[in-house]
Design a binder for this molecule. Structure first.
Ligand code: NAI
Ligand code: MG
Length: 501
């Protein structure tokens, strides 16, 4: 370890006493079988505050041996029926309790998230944390609504189906919405009666661990939720390969998604993947510009552009292209980038040195490809992984900045001719997570929504997500749908029962 760890320096500006207490309480541990324990190897790694590059906390570096322990605990909890055979109303109570605890600790969790990830505190407080609570609350309702069917088979038979939990679930999540992603994974898995091993991203382990404490406080039986912090190769790969894990749910890069799929072949795990995108945001000339411009801006720059469904390809009809990008540039220049804890901040740094370098690389690539920068195009000055919100114009859909997921505050504005051209270019990508269309023409709005190959389409809005509605990708954005009743399908399996009468 390089510099001595100083919470005061790394968390300067933090106001929540509970956050400082959590950070100062020593190296963070793994949650296995209801207890917080160090990694068997004794190893830890650093969690960095991306706003100042200081070490916020040391975190246990879980590995294969720790995953084995967690799987044993989760398997035992599952097979003994400690969770799956708890009555649905009781299970719901636990999930409601977790939601309540998240709400009670919302200020603390928001600040911890902001410190660890670099996202604007006001946004973490307004979006991430309440949405995490809402997700638990929504799935609490499902506990008592997971039905089988009676089937009209031969009259000599009584034939019905049971919907049963899958078993032990491995859940590997990214760093862009740490607590919210943990909730998207855990809440439906738990509602269906599964047990879980959650692996947070190594960049942002802290809110998941705090959630683990709240889950223990809520009184869930030991072993139902286990949290293994650590790196992808090591902790993540051990989950993906594990012969006694029944299902893996993953959100992250396509590259790792492919590795997970390969590793799952060993015991034929069920797999669901959510792998990001290059989502088109299509602006027709009859759009309400007062709404389209700021929403296109937030659609791409929200969370420093580190959003799987970010509207990174902004397609603008040729006749209004210059005017639109002009306005978009003006708005973007008015967006305050800076200290995530400052209430005025709309955009913080990117999450890590790795992302900072990666995004910086794409700024160069865009310039080399001949796209023109109207604003940004450079890094922030001084400490912290700040990248200025950048708009590339005169972009061609074949350029790398229009094809590859950058996952930073970089927009590509691309002109189109007419409706067909917009749909063609919008769909001309290997991804298919989300898309948006802006128009006042009702029939065009729905025609285009149908034609776009994406798991979510927004009309005259951007980024709307609700736990009641499915979320997931077409094409290489992955498969399986999270949220809504669709997550119940991901976390249950169906059994047919025939009885001779
Ligand atoms: P990543 O896909 O490597 O990491 C996501 C999660 O997978 C983390 O928990 C990580 O520890 C784990 N992981 C990494 N290697 C693994 C392995 N071999 N086996 C099992 N688990 C493994 O993403 P990374 O490297 O942080 O970001 C790279 C790019 O991925 C980003 O620039 C972005 O384009 C994309 N990404 C997409 C996200 C989305 O929401 N769809 C979220 C994060 C990244
Ligand atoms: Mg990676």
């Amino acid at each position: 370890m390089a510099a001595a760890l100083s919470v005061e320096t790394a968390a300067r500006g933090a106001k929540q006493p509970a956050v400082l207490e959590f950070l100062k309480s020593g190296p963070k541990k793994l949650l296995i079988n209801g207890k917080f324990v160090p990694a068997k190897s004794g190893k830890t790694f650093e969690s960095i505050n991306p706003a100042n590059e200081e070490v916020l906390a040391l975190v246990a570096e879980g590995g294969k041996a720790d995953v084995d322990e967690a799987v044993k605990a989760a398997r035992k909890a599952f097979e003994e029926g400690k969770w799956a055979r708890v009555g649905p109303h009781q299970r719901a109570k636990y999930l409601f309790k977790i939601a309540e605890l998240i709400d009670q600790h919302a200020d603390e969790l928001a600040e911890l998230e902001s410190l660890d990830n670099g996202k604007a505190l006001t946004q973490a407080r307004a979006i991430d944390i309440p949405a995490a609570a809402e997700t638990f609350r929504y799935y609490a309702g499902w506990c008592s609504k997971i039905y089988g069917e009676t089937n009209p088979s031969d009259p000599s038979m009584f034939n019905y189906t049971l919907r049963e939990p899958v078993g032990v679930c491995g859940q590997i999540i990214p760093w862009n919405f740490p607590l919210l992603m943990a909730s998207w994974k855990l809440a439906p898995a738990l509602a269906c009666g599964n047990t879980a091993i959650l692996k947070p991203a190594e960049q942002t382990s802290l809110t998941a661990l705090r959630l683990g404490e709240l889950i223990v406080e809520a009184g869930l039986p030991d072993g139902v939720v286990n949290i293994i912090t650590g790196f992808g190769p090591g902790a993540g790969s051990a989950i993906a390969e594990h012969p006694d894990i029944d299902k893996v749910a993953f959100t992250g890069s396509g590259e790792v998604g492919r590795l997970i799929l390969q590793a799952s072949a060993g015991n034929l795990k069920k797999v669901s993947l959510e792998l990001g995108g290059k989502s088109p945001n299509i602006i027709f000339p009859d759009a309400e510009m007062e709404a389209a411009v700021p929403n296109a801006m937030m659609g791409v720059f929200y969370n420093s552009g580190q959003v799987c469904c970010a509207g990174t390809r902004i397609f603008v009809q040729r006749d209004i292209y210059d005017k639109f990008v002009d306005q978009l540039t003006k708005y973007t220049e008015g967006m305050t980038m800076g200290d995530p804890l400052d209430p005025k901040t709309k955009m913080g740094p990117v999450v890590s040195k790795e992302q900072f370098d990666r995004v910086n690389g794409y700024l160069d690539i865009g310039k080399q490809e001949g796209a023109r920068v109207t604003t940004g195009g450079e890094l922030g000055n001084g400490k912290g992984y700040y990248v200025k919100p950048t708009i590339f114009v005169d972009v061609n859909n074949d350029m790398r900045i229009a094809r590859e997921e950058i996952f930073g505050p970089v927009a590509a504005a691309i002109p189109f001719k007419d409706e067909n051209d917009a749909v063609f270019q919008g769909n001309n990508t290997s991804y298919g997570l989300a898309a948006a269309v802006w128009t006042r023409d009702v029939s065009r709005a729905h025609k285009v929504a149908r034609a776009l190959k994406a798991g979510t389409v927004w009309i005259n809005c951007y980024g709307m997500i609700d736990p009641i509605s499915p979320f997931g990708g077409y094409k290489q954005s992955g498969f399986g749908r999270e949220l809504g009743k669709y997550a119940i399908d991901l976390y249950t399996q169906v059994k047919t029962v025939f009885m001779k009468l």
